[in-house]
Design a protein around this ligand. Structure first.
Ligand code: C2E
Ligand code: MG
Ligand code: MG
Length: 753
């Protein structure tokens, strides 16, 4: 609930009161035409309407910023002086009832003082914070409006009617009224254009017509000459009260706070760019000059001189605007070409430079190893500092004649001309990898951040393609590992093409249903009885030759297609498992399903597994999901998913154990139930003592930790015997069975039943 609701309510009542003085004035004024009334009849109403305005201003002075409050207090002061003036003129009217304009010097001074104080209050209202250029431009806009309206007003002096005979007094009256109106216009224009900042913009716009009430009073004085009780000032004051109290209500409603000062510079730029003030002023002046010239047959000297001043002002103003726009365009162009964080050229600048070159050129793309993990661990500020330091290290390594750019995230590009000492061959890439062998100074720490680099070199028409080639080489290097470099070769292009073709064929194959599952038995030693089966996917593209999963699974991972393919594999394997259970009961094998790293990043995976199990009424203990060590080694969301999967009750097997990080800590952090010891250890059994020692200790670790150990890739009876001696209870391999279609598993179950 806003505490302002009461002042808003009060401000509304004050507006209603101010509006009430208008009909009162009309009724009394008309009455005076019909019957005889005292000449001062309208003055008490005028006095009350001014007091109502004072109340409104004092209410507004209770809201908003300190500067805003001061403005409304000053306005209340000006209105109080005006109220004194109404009292003075009421007495003047009584003393000189027949005079057209009865105004003693004291009353005149009070009126003049009131207007002066109000204009000063407006002019002293601080605008929003702005640059000095913006202030000069604004000053020029105000001067243009001042000169233009001054010219129009001076012209108006001649034609404006006055209630007294032409002479010095008439001219003085015209001068005062027009001067006040010009000052008010200039004040309102200044405030309107610069923005109140501390006063509601709406309130200021409502106030703006107040400047024209002076000239209106003058015209009314001529019209009302036959009726002395119709004092023009008394007639316009209730109108002023309506404007003023409406403005104070707008102020109270807006809570007095102007637009945020911080946004101001941006607003400035936009404002200066599209200011229509000079055009409107010149248009109005031109129309007036045309009218006057046509009327008199010549152009008066004063008007001509004023017009020249106006034209000069507009020219200077436009020159300033054009210069500002030029500066702005330069700044925007710079922003579009440089990176904010490192102040290095960005990717666009880099590619532009590359496309503009023809001579022999070397390009390297340098990626910080494990930057995402570092950034997550140390925070964004440290991450930013690492990037800045890395940029500096690269720039120092390659020197001034090279172009270094930040291409994207933690990826930097280097472009060398032919004459550079590191140009050509792998020198640049080597130098970059070497440069990062020394730690980076980041804050108070020294951090070892290594890089992986891809490079490419060429000349003429090849140059524009060098960035793509270097990035391809970088990806190839990253597939091998970190802290290394790779030079682009034609083979890389061929394999990239092959990769793209394979991805397209995979997508088609998925739509056409070209995939099948086969199941490889996992048996219990020593007798080789069936314990479970591992589902393995097979792909035979239509009209082509079968593609090995070792080839297409990595492509499906990189393209994300593995998510859909994996869902199909899980569904199909569970359908087959449920069918075996229905046909063979207790004798049906459990199933193992491979789940790739990319699938573990999908937060929907546990829900998918749960729903598939539920649909086929498969107990979770019947299903094991095979994951690789590398997929979960870094922890993060993948490990989170594995824990959720284990939470469902399914088994978790670490596939190809011993080939990845082989961290024993992983066996504690990751909820594993089975270790699948990689074929490479089994191959060497009965041969090297080291492999046998590893195979033996892995079996020991598994049994100590209560895990099941499965030996993979068993091809001979000798291996099977040795594994049994080493304590293995489970094995899988061509020696026992090749991967088989589901119906062959059925057949073998029937045979053993
Ligand atoms: P993996 O999960 O380690 O699967 C075992 C691989 O070893 C299978 O190759 C299997 O045919 C092969 N194998 C089994 N016994 C022997 C043996 O005695 N000697 C030899 N030389 N090989 C044997 P496959 O089916 O070609 O699969 C290769 C890899 O592709 C799998 O390794 C797995 O990482 C991936 N993969 C296969 N099917 C799927 C799947 O359905 N989903 C996912 N995500 N990956 C799969
Ligand atoms: Mg497997
Ligand atoms: Mg395996």
């Amino acid at each position: 609930m806003r505490s302002l609701s009461r002042p808003v309510h009060a401000a509304g009542l004050i507006v209603v009161a101010a509006c009430g003085w208008l009909p009162a004035t009309v009724v009394l004024g008309v009455l005076g035409i019909v019957v005889t009334v005292p000449v001062w009849i309208l003055w008490p109403v005028a006095f009350c309407s001014v007091l109502t305005s004072v109340a409104g201003c004092l209410l507004a002075a209770r809201t908003g910023t300190a500067e805003g409050r001061t403005f409304w207090r000053r306005l209340a002061g000006a209105l109080t002086v005006l109220a004194a003036g109404t009292v003075g003129q009421a007495f003047d009217t009584v003393r000189h009832p027949t005079q057209a304009v009865a105004m003693s010097p004291v009353t005149g001074a009070l009126y003049f003082g009131a207007v002066l104080l109000a204009v000063l209050a407006l002019l002293r209202l601080p605008g929003r914070g702005r640059t000095w250029q913006a202030r000069v431009t604004l000053g020029m806009d105000v001067a243009i409006v001042g000169v233009a309206s001054g010219l129009v007003m001076i012209q108006g002096v001649d034609v404006m009617p006055v209630p007294v005979a032409d002479g010095l007094l008439a001219t003085a009256l015209r001068g005062i009224v027009l001067g006040v109106a010009t000052a008010a216009v200039v004040a309102v224009v200044k405030v309107g254009m610069s923005g109140g900042g501390h006063v509601s913009a709406r309130a200021l716009w409502i106030l703006s017509p107040a400047g024209f009430l002076g000239p209106l009073a003058m015209i009314l004085a001529v019209v009302f000459q036959p009726w002395p009780h119709l004092a023009p000032t008394a007639v316009v004051l209730p109108m002023l009260a309506v404007l003023l109290t409406s403005a104070t209500r707008a102020q109270v409603r807006s809570d007095g706070t102007g637009p945020a000062v911080a946004q101001d510079v941006r607003v400035d730029v936009r404002h200066r760019g599209i200011s229509r003030v000079p055009y409107v002023s010149v248009g109005v002046t031109a129309a007036m000059l045309l009218t006057v010239t046509l009327h008199y047959g010549y152009l008066p000297a004063g008007l001509a001189a004023g017009s020249v001043v106006l034209i000069l002002l507009v020219l200077v103003r436009q020159h300033a605007a054009l210069r500002d726009n030029g500066l702005l365009a330069d700044r925007l162009a710079d922003q579009a070409r440089y990176d904010d964080l490192t102040a290095l050229p960005n990717r666009r600048f880099f590619t532009d430079t590359l496309h503009g070159r023809t001579g022999a050129t070397t390009v390297a793309v340098c990626d910080l190893d494990d930057f995402t993990a570092l950034n997550d661990r140390l925070g964004d500020d440290t991450g930013d500092e690492i990037l800045r330091q890395a940029a500096e290290r690269i720039a120092l390594t390659v020197g001034g004649s090279a172009q270094v750019a930040r291409l994207l995230g933690d990826e930097f590009g280097v472009l060398l001309p032919a004459e550079h000492p590191l140009a050509g061959g792998t020198r640049l890439a080597e130098a970059l990898v070497h440069a990062f062998q020394a730690p980076l100074p980041v804050g108070v720490h020294d951090l070892l951040v290594t890089v992986t680099v891809g490079s490419a070199a060429g000349r003429d028409e090849v140059v524009p393609d060098l960035l793509r080639r270097a990035e391809l080489a970088l990806q190839a290097a990253q597939r091998v590992g970190a802290n290394r470099h790779q030079q682009h070769t034609a083979d890389l292009d061929a394999s990239a093409q092959h990769h793209a073709d394979l991805a397209a064929a995979l997508r088609r194959g998925l739509e056409l249903g070209e995939f099948r599952l086969v199941y490889q038995p996992i048996v219990e030693l020593p007798l080789g009885t069936l314990h479970s089966v591992e589902a393995l996917v097979r792909w035979h593209p239509e009209g082509g030759t079968p593609v090995s999963p070792a080839e297409f699974i990595p492509v499906a991972e990189q393209t994300g297609l593995i998510v859909d393919l994996g869902a199909w594999i899980l569904e199909t394997a569970c359908t087959d498992a449920a069918a075996w259970r229905d046909r063979h009961g207790e004798a049906a094998p459990r199933i193992s399903v491979n789940v790739s790293a990319r699938q573990l990043l999908d937060p929907e995976l546990p829900a998918l597994v749960a729903s598939v199990l539920h649909r086929h009424a498969l107990p979770p203990q019947q299903v094991t999901l095979e994951i690789t060590e590398t997929a979960v080694f870094a922890g993060g969301p993948a490990l989170h998913t594995v824990r959720a999967l284990r939470g469902l009750g399914v088994g978790i097997a670490l596939d190809d154990f011993g080939t990845g990080h082989s961290s024993l800590t992983l066996l504690r952090t990751c909820p594993v139930t089975t270790l699948k010891v990689d074929k490479s250890f089994i191959d060497e059994l009965n041969g090297g003592p080291e492999q046998e020692a590893i195979a033996a200790s892995l079996s020991g670790i598994a049994s100590t930790m209560g895990l099941r150990a499965v030996a993979e890739g068993v091809e001979t009876q000798a291996q099977a015997d040795r594994l049994h001696d080493l304590g293995y209870r489970f094995a899988q391999g061509f020696h026992f069975a090749r991967p088989l279609p589901a119906h062959d598993i059925d057949a073998s179950l029937l045979a053993t039943a």
